[in-house]
Design a protein around this ligand. Structure first.
Ligand SMILES: Nc1ncnc2c1ncn2[C@@H]1O[C@H](COP(=O)(O)OP(=O)(O)OP(=O)(O)O)[C@@H](O)[C@H]1O
Ligand SMILES: [Mg+2]
Length: 399
């Protein structure tokens, strides 16, 4: 008898719907955000330039899912209308990118198949902008450019100033541009110049975290598609939703938990998915989540976090900004950065971002009269896990 003999698909009907890259055809619990999104893009149907849009919200709250859904609907509608300009959607993930590399990627994406791609070096940024505009004009229509993780761009002002003004500045005649910036860093907007802020944020859509009821409705819908009828107990769904709501309010986390619980049940040949399966897999899923959450941050932000976690672990109490900044420098050098930032402001800025994302808790230290202001930063996650996960990430990056 072979080792695979007798294996069955058991509880699953369509396991793919639990995958990270599955695009739900129904986005639930986001009616208001979808309505704002629609309004901002409405001009496209009438041959006019749409609003630029800035979406923000924590990880896993549906920014990508809603974007894909809305753009899919827009594309379908445009096809049914003669008066509408054709649309071209470009998606770029800005993680570790520069204005130069983003422009190049956009231009390459529009090139005809016979044209060889623009090389990674050898153009000035303004030459590349010209090439991009030429391709946009050639293709025509409305170009919707989705810049995911736009806060990771090393020089966002350059890109975000130029692109939305291309038409006003006479670089485009036929083609139109709409920018959709996505970020889970709300303080990012304050780092932009005021001109850029006002154009990029014509429409701002904020995505709040999901509460347990919203997560139950999202999970129920997925479970109906994923499993054979009656296989998934309601209480297992409620528990996944409750855990995820209590942690980050992330649908990704809730779905990950359900998938892991289902897999545990399936591998054990159990006929149903129960609370016990959810409880069993929770620690593993948490670690995976933490890994993703941390690796979503810029390398510098991660290292600042790691420095804070190591100090707190060693001393049994949270560290001050200056200590974290010094420890960050050592740490960055040990990871091969020859020239880490020595500025206190740099550490402060990253720590403020990390606070906003819920990684650390900031409090003011009382140093008595004339003592000046000083902050302490408590890492609000399991310290050993953070350090472990960070070592993993650096090792993977070095490999
Ligand atoms: N309202 C929803 N209805 C159905 N599925 C959802 C909804 N919101 C999120 N999801 C699902 O949850 C997962 C995470 O959502 P999504 O990728 O859209 O999050 P995000 O806000 O883009 O996160 P990140 O900031 O990490 O990119 C995806 O699998 C998505 O399909
Ligand atoms: Mg996303």
């Amino acid at each position: 008898m072979g080792i695979f003999d007798g294996a069955t698909d058991g509880i699953y009907r369509d396991k793919d719907v639990l995958d990270e890259d599955y695009q739900p055809d129904q986005v639930l619990e986001r009616e208001d955000e979808i309505a704002d999104y629609r309004d901002a893009l409405l001009d496209v149907l009438f041959g006019r330039t749409p609003d630029n849009i800035f979406l923000y919200g924590k990880a896993g709250v549906g920014k990508t899912a809603v974007t894909n859904f809305v753009l899919g609907e827009l594309r379908a509608e445009v096809e049914t209308r003669d008066t509408a300009d054709p649309i071209h959607i470009s998606r770029v993930n800005c993680d570790s990118e520069t204005t130069y590399s983003v422009i190049r990627e956009l231009a390459n994406g529009l090139l005809p198949a016979t044209h060889s791609p623009y090389a990674a070096k050898g153009y000035s940024t303004s030459d590349l902008f010209d090439e991009l505009y030429e391709q946009m004009e050639r293709v025509g229509g409305t170009h919707l450019i989705v810049l995911d993780e736009v806060d990771h761009l090393s020089d966002p002002d350059a890109l975000l100033y130029q692109l939305p003004r291309a038409r006003a500045n006479g670089y485009l005649n036929d083609a139109r541009v709409g920018i959709i910036g996505i970020s889970n860093n709300y303080t990012f907007r304050n780092t932009l110049s005021s001109k850029v802020k006002s154009t990029l944020m014509e429409t701002e859509i904020s995505f709040s975290t999901y509460d347990a009821d919203e997560l139950v409705s999202i999970l129920e819908h997925r479970a109906d598609l994923a499993f054979q009828p009656g296989v998934c107990e309601d209480s297992a769904i409620t528990l996944c939703a409750a855990y995820a709501a209590k942690d980050d309010g992330s649908a990704r986390q809730a779905i990950d938990l359900l998938r892991a619980a289902a897999d545990a049940a399936w591998k054990a040949d159990d006929p149903t998915i129960t609370d016990a399966h959810v409880k069993d897999v929770r620690d593993d899923v948490d670690r995976g989540q933490l890994h993703d959450k941390i690796s979503d941050q810029t390398t510098n932000a991660q290292r600042v976090l790691e420095a804070a976690a190591r100090l707190q672990n060693k001393h049994g109490e949270p560290a001050r900004t200056r200590e974290i900044q010094e420890s960050y420098q050592q740490l960055a050098r040990s990871y091969g950065d020859p020239d880490p930032s020595t500025s206190l402001k740099f550490a402060q800025r990253h720590l403020d971002d990390l606070e906003m994302l819920g990684f650390v808790i900031k409090s003011e230290e009382n140093r008595g009269k004339g003592g000046g202001r000083s902050y302490i930063w408590e890492v609000d996650m399991d310290l050993e896990t953070v350090i472990d996960v960070r070592e993993d990430i650096e090792q993977t990056n070095a490999a």
